[in-house]
Design a protein around this ligand. Structure first.
Ligand SMILES: [Zn+2]
Length: 304
């Protein structure tokens, strides 16, 4: 597998006490240093282009976020920028595009360790700590490059409303999200299934608070993997949020790193069967430093 990582992801800062804090980048850096020390390959990302970003976000939105460069701004009650945030968020989107293209070209599973996260960012709105929708931008890049079908699986404990919004009417991108429900951001009910020609290409799997490794394993074995098999994707992208971990301070699930390893192992096997192992993962949430570290190590263990 390949890791894409940069110490620069620590440069996006948030107000004191904010859960999406630069210490998360220190965890990514430690994971990357260890991976490299064991002989693994780590690449520095390149920034996304405006063309990449504009496949998902509106021009007005891109201008608004670009205008935050050089100063601090509050974009919504949870979402803040520091002077570097625009630049670092563009780098996060670029890292994700790079991961997706590398996996497509080589069949080597690729993990991008990035912040800020992306899956709550809608085409025209920042929210939930997210500026640019990294995974949606990567899926759109693969489509623009000529792949017919791309699947996105969002394992983060929160519903990926932004990713859903980006592809809600699009039958070429299957969006699957498992998440605590009802919970932030409020969307992700089972009857949100896509619309128009995209109907049937959004699969929401809401779970009650308290769900365990076994609960998640059942949902992935019985719903997620069969949906991927029916869709026959040309690549599988994963929004790898680890905030369903029992130690996570934000949500109320009870997963362990072994549980995450099981889910990712299942997705990796599916990528092997369905799309020549074209599997790219990008970080989303995960707000307990120790649990995040454990989960990333477990992820690397099953896709190596
Ligand atoms: Zn989350």
């Amino acid at each position: 597998m390949l890791l894409i990582s940069s110490p620069r992801f620590g440069e996006h800062t948030t107000p004191p006490g904010h859960p999406e804090r630069p210490e998360r980048a220190a965890v990514f850096d430690a994971v990357a240093v260890d991976f490299e020390a064991r002989g693994g390959r780590v690449l520095e990302p390149i920034p996304a282009t405006r063309e990449d970003l504009a496949r998902v976000h509106t021009a007005a939105y891109l201008d608004r976020i670009a205008a935050t460069a050089g100063h601090a701004a509050m974009l919504d009650p949870d979402t803040f920028t520091s002077p570097e945030s625009h630049e670092i968020a563009v780098l996060a989107a670029g890292a994700t595009v790079m991961a997706a293209r590398h996996a497509r070209d080589t069949g080597e599973p690729t993990l991008a360790l990035v912040r800020p996260p992306g899956h709550h960012a809608e085409p025209g709105r920042a929210m939930g700590f997210c500026l640019y929708n990294n995974i949606a931008i990567a899926a759109a890049a693969l489509r623009a490059d000529g792949l017919a079908r791309v699947a996105i699986v969002d394992i983060d404990v929160h519903h990926g409303n932004g990713t859903q919004a980006a592809f809600y009417t699009d039958p070429s991108v299957l969006f699957i999200s498992s998440h605590q429900y009802p919970y932030y951001p409020g969307t992700g009910a089972a009857d949100e299934v896509g619309s128009g020609s995209g109907r049937g290409f959004t699969l929401n799997l809401p779970l009650e608070a308290g769900a365990t490794d076994d609960d998640y394993a059942r949902v992935y074995d019985e719903r997620v993997i069969p949906a991927l098999e029916a869709f026959k994707p040309d690549a599988i992208l994963v929004s790898a949020g680890y905030d369903a971990h029992a130690q996570d301070p934000l949500a109320g699930m009870r997963m362990t790193s072994a549980g995450f390893a099981h889910l990712i192992s299942g997705l990796s096997d599916a990528a092997g069967r369905l799309c020549q192992r074209r599997l790219a993962l990008v970080t989303e949430g995960g707000y307990h430093a120790g649990a995040l570290r454990e989960c990333l190590d477990a992820t690397i263990g099953v896709i190596s």
